[in-house]
Design a protein around this ligand. Structure first.
Ligand SMILES: [Zn+2]
Length: 226
């Protein structure tokens, strides 16, 4: 089921993520640095309970990554992500996005959430269940929130400064991307930025997307104009 949520711009999503990072800084007494401690943000700042469990089996859906039970303030990450730090953290950041962006809509009676049982046979409660590959607006907002949370712009820019000092120019970038090519230069650049910046809980793929969004990767043909 698709949640009907109001439009939020990227700037609004980024500022919601930054607000949460500021709350962490206040709670902890120091600003968060990569790897962004997303577990501590969930438990310490937001008071959520975190659990890893076989959601796929419990919910009978083969592609579930995470779920949040709103009344229980419970976030469950599917056990298939155990040991995969990048996907685990991104999924948790995504659930925090739902918590911060979409849970308040319920209190305003704007959105009705579907009901799910935590255990087969148990009473069902309002929950957000997130499956791989969902692309409706609420899911896209939660994904973007997670990227903004785990890879703050200032930290990514600082790491790029340490690696090359400037955006990476890739020849025929747009055309190669359009053709679906896996671009080795971009993968290597993302790996270096992650290593230098301490982004140990971010997947290479997620960093590639973030670098591109921040225009820290540019088309080589374009780059040569300057
Ligand atoms: Zn979701």
């Amino acid at each position: 089921m698709t949640l009907k949520v109001p439009f939020l711009s990227d700037a609004q999503l980024e500022s919601a993520a930054q607000e949460l990072l500021r709350r962490y800084a206040k709670w902890k007494g120091e600003p968060p640095r990569p790897p962004i401690p997303v577990d501590a943000i969930a438990e310490g700042v937001l008071g959520l309970t975190l659990e890893m469990n076989d959601l796929r089996k419990k919910l009978g859906k083969s592609d579930v990554l995470g779920a949040t039970w709103l009344d229980d303030a419970l976030v469950v990450i599917d056990s298939s992500l155990e040991g995969n730090e990048g996907r685990y953290s991104f999924t948790l950041g995504h659930e925090l996005g739902h918590w911060q962006l979409h849970r308040p809509l319920r209190e305003m009676d704007k959105v009705t959430f579907p009901l799910f049982s935590r255990e087969p046979g148990e009473k069902a409660g309002p929950a957000i269940v997130c499956r791989d590959g969902q692309r409706d607006p609420a899911e896209i907002q939660a994904d973007k929130f997670s990227a903004f949370l785990l890879m703050p712009a200032s930290d990514v820019r600082a790491a790029v400064k340490l690696v090359t000092g400037e955006p990476l120019a890739i020849d025929n970038f747009a055309a190669r991307k359009k053709a679906g090519e896996r671009i080795a230069e971009l993968r290597d650049f993302a790996a270096e930025v992650s290593a230098k910046g301490g982004f140990t809980n971010v997947s290479n793929q997620a960093m590639q997307i973030r670098l591109e969004a921040l225009k820290l990767v540019v088309d080589g043909a374009q780059g040569r104009l300057f």
